[in-house]
Design a protein. Structure first.
Length: 299
């Protein structure tokens, strides 16, 4: 028997290779976006280079020289002074404790909330998800006064535990929203196959769903950590003791001291200590962030 593809005059369809990618035609408006993105990248790199250059100057050199003049020498002692004398090391440790603890707690709670919302059909699932999403719509200006009073009544003012709970609650709506969208892309046949093999809901969640949610978990964990690391307002509202301050709040105190003094080199060295770990972490893990955020839009 002759197949239809063997008949004379019948064109045999070409099979696309696995590495085939549709080629995008260059258009004039693409040049505008490339120039715009290049300008943004150049401005960010220039700002980072300027802060690093100033951190290598002496205070007298910073005041007397033009802003973009190259530092006369590599004064790494500015970083040692910022770490020890300006308490940047103490602020750094506080930020690590608060950011890591609130990130882990927020991701764990978001996973247990997102799984039933995404994989289990019940009557008020949409209402529960909408309640979580309300946290993304309420502006922080409305919440800071009641939040301060609640923390005062609970005895959590000026404590790292109170700040950890606030950061966890602050990140929870976004984490749930991203993880629900990610878990909905997983095939439902996974639960059916696990049920046939005798696995219960808990075993299915731990052994099958949770490992496949790795990119989504990495994405929300990285974004939550960056937000917690850079957050300033709630730290200013809730933390009063210098020994409990996080890095943004400690840099604010150093900035106020520099306004009335001449210790500018230490301030900029502290900025570099604050920013560099975040930039390195984001550069290394940016593929995980992009993959986790875009997975919910692809099936």
């Amino acid at each position: 028997m002759t197949s239809s593809t063997d008949l004379p005059g019948t064109a045999t369809p070409r099979r696309r290779s696995a590495s085939f990618r549709p080629r995008t035609r260059f258009r004039p408006h693409h040049l505008f976006f490339y120039l715009l993105l290049g300008a943004v990248a150049l401005s960010s790199i220039s700002a980072y280079a300027w802060v690093f250059n100033v951190s290598m100057k002496t205070n007298a050199e910073f005041i007397s020289s033009p802003p973009w003049q190259i530092a006369a020498g590599w004064r790494w002692e500015n970083y040692a002074n910022a770490w020890d004398r300006a308490n940047i090391g103490l602020f750094f440790g506080n930020s690590v404790v608060v950011s890591v603890a609130s990130t882990l707690l927020g991701v764990v709670l978001a996973v247990f909330a997102a799984y039933p919302l995404a994989r289990i059909s019940f009557k008020f699932s949409n209402l529960v998800l909408s309640t979580f999403l309300l946290g993304l719509m309420i502006p922080w200006m409305v919440t800071f006064a009641p939040l301060y009073l609640i923390m005062q009544d609970l005895g959590l003012l000026d404590s790292q535990l109170g700040l950890i709970l606030v950061y966890t609650t602050y990140n929870l709506p976004f984490n749930v929203f991203v993880l629900v969208g990610f878990m909905k892309t997983l095939p439902y046949e996974l639960e059916e196959a696990a049920a046939i093999d005798g696995a219960g809901p808990t075993r299915t969640f731990i052994s099958m769903i949770l490992p496949l949610t790795g990119p989504g978990l990495a994405s929300v964990a990285i974004i939550s950590f960056l937000q917690n690391w850079n957050e300033f307002f709630y730290a200013l509202l809730l933390i009063h003791s210098p020994e409990k301050m996080t890095l943004p709040l400690g840099l604010f105190q150093l900035g106020q001291a520099a306004d009335y003094g001449t210790n500018w080199a230490t301030l900029f060295a502290g900025m570099m200590i604050t920013v560099t770990p975040v930039l390195l972490g984001f550069a290394v893990l940016q593929k995980q962030i992009t993959k986790g955020l875009t997975a919910g839009a692809l099936k």
